[in-house]
Design a protein around this ligand. Structure first.
Ligand SMILES: Nc1nc2c(ncn2[C@@H]2O[C@H](COP(=O)(O)OP(=O)(O)OP(=O)(O)O)[C@@H](O)[C@H]2O)c(=O)[nH]1
Ligand SMILES: [Mg+2]
Length: 385
């Protein structure tokens, strides 16, 4: 197939019929399909099925019962499930004109680009449909900041936050992408060097339904930028540093209440390991945890490794300090640095490792036991409709 139009949808029922009608008219002469990746909580999937039955244009639906990674996760899932020559990602509320679709492929083929961005900020483009002057200002400011942070990778685009873009299938590495937030194009462009071309985007007002953009998306963008710029390890280090400060505060605090220093150290270590685990689950590995082992297993792995690391580190500290002239604080600092690296490797490679699709014997037994308790396990529906 020539083109898959990937449309992420969240409660977009009133827009589906008009969207499919306009896409079908726009792609005449192109071997195309529409793929809705839907996380709706309303009747959008039913509407998609009804509308699909009324059109010759092939329409597929992936409805996700567990919407991992929100809008970005939906787009990645869509990209994974197509082998068309081009994939074009487009909003489901008709803010993106379907009539632009053929020009994206034409531009990509003429320029040889991997990615074609429909941009509001080139000649012929406009962002008039963006509701409110404040939102337009915020949008422009965030583009400036983002481009300043990634001058090389984003050199080829004037609109790295656009939700309307084409991808030459196979040109990008999907595995390294972090599925979170609204700005999947930014994620794609910042993580890998790609050849980018642009076409103008006239950004319309949303046809019907309600916006899902809110303050939370702004915070998510901040976190995405931080992670893209500094990587996961710096966030991990920040949480580790916070943990170290908390550890000392608890140690000192408990001693003022008369708790002995060894007992206080154990309590401080325990509390900090729990605190660090919760923070890293929420902020550092939140995009990996869904594909990894279960939360209790993640916790026991973390606890066992951190506990063992503390004990071994203290023992090595004792051996070195007793047998050399080195000062204990310097030795401890060096050991903490080594321990930090090992902990990071262990967490990212083992605790949050994506589990293989082949189940182990333990998994099969566990699944059998769970099935006996719970007769109906909902499954994801990938249906041609
Ligand atoms: N699958 C999926 N789609 C989503 C999710 N959140 C938003 N979308 C879809 O992504 C597209 C963009 O979301 P919008 O709410 O229109 O965001 P926006 O265009 O920045 O905001 P407005 O200008 O107010 O429309 C729409 O098609 C939404 O239905 C989600 O969590 N999962
Ligand atoms: Mg919109």
């Amino acid at each position: 197939m020539e083109l898959t139009v990937i449309v992420p949808t969240f409660n977009e029922a009133p827009n589906v019929a008009e969207l499919v009608r306009r896409v079908e008219a726009a792609v005449v002469g192109i071997d195309a399909e529409v793929l809705f990746v839907d996380d709706s909580r309303d009747n959008t999937p039913d509407v998609i099925r009804e509308v699909a039955a009324q059109h010759d244009l092939p329409v597929r639906l992936i409805h996700r019962d567990t919407p991992v990674g929100g809008l970005s996760g939906a787009v990645i899932e869509g990209l994974r499930s197509t082998t068309s020559r081009w994939s074009i990602v487009m909003d489901g509320d008709l803010q993106h004109r379907p009539e632009t679709l053929p020009s994206i492929i034409a531009k990509g083929d003429a320029s040889g680009a991997d990615v074609v961005v429909a941009s509001r900020h080139v000649d012929g483009g406009s962002s008039d449909g963006l509701s409110g002057g404040v939102r337009r200002l915020v949008s422009q400011a965030s583009i400036k900041v983002t481009k300043a942070l990634f001058p090389t990778r984003l050199h080829g685009t004037t609109d790295p936050m656009s939700g309307f873009f084409g991808i030459r299938t196979g040109a990008i590495q999907l595995d390294g992408l972090h599925a979170r937030g609204f700005k999947i194009l930014l994620e794609i462009l910042a993580r890998q060097p790609l050849q980018v071309a642009e076409v103008p985007l006239v950004f319309e007002a949303r046809l019907a339904g309600t916006s899902k953009a809110d303050m939370k998306q702004g915070i998510a963008l901040g976190r995405q930028l931080f992670d893209l710029k500094f990587g996961r390890i710096s966030g991990f280090a920040a949480i580790g540093a916070l943990g170290a400060v908390a550890n000392l505060a608890i140690l000192a605090g408990l001693q003022t209440f008369g708790v002995g220093y060894l007992a206080a150290a154990c309590i401080a270590a325990f509390v900090t390991i729990i605190g660090n685990f919760l923070l890293q689950e929420r902020f550092i590995f939140n995009d990996l945890k869904h594909g990894a082992r279960g939360v209790w297993k993640r916790w026991w792995h973390t606890f066992a490794f951190n506990g063992t690391e503390s004990i071994v580190r203290t023992f090595v500290l004792w051996v070195i300090v007793e047998n050399t002239a080195l000062h204990s604080v310097f030795v401890q600092a060096a050991l903490i640095a080594v321990g930090f690296s090992l902990r990071y490797l262990y967490q990212s490679r083992i605790v949050y490792k994506k589990m293989s699709p082949e189940p182990t014997l333990d998994d099969i037994i566990e699944a059998e036991e769970a099935r006996a308790d719970e007769p109906a396990i909902p499954v994801k529906a990938t249906e041609p409709v």
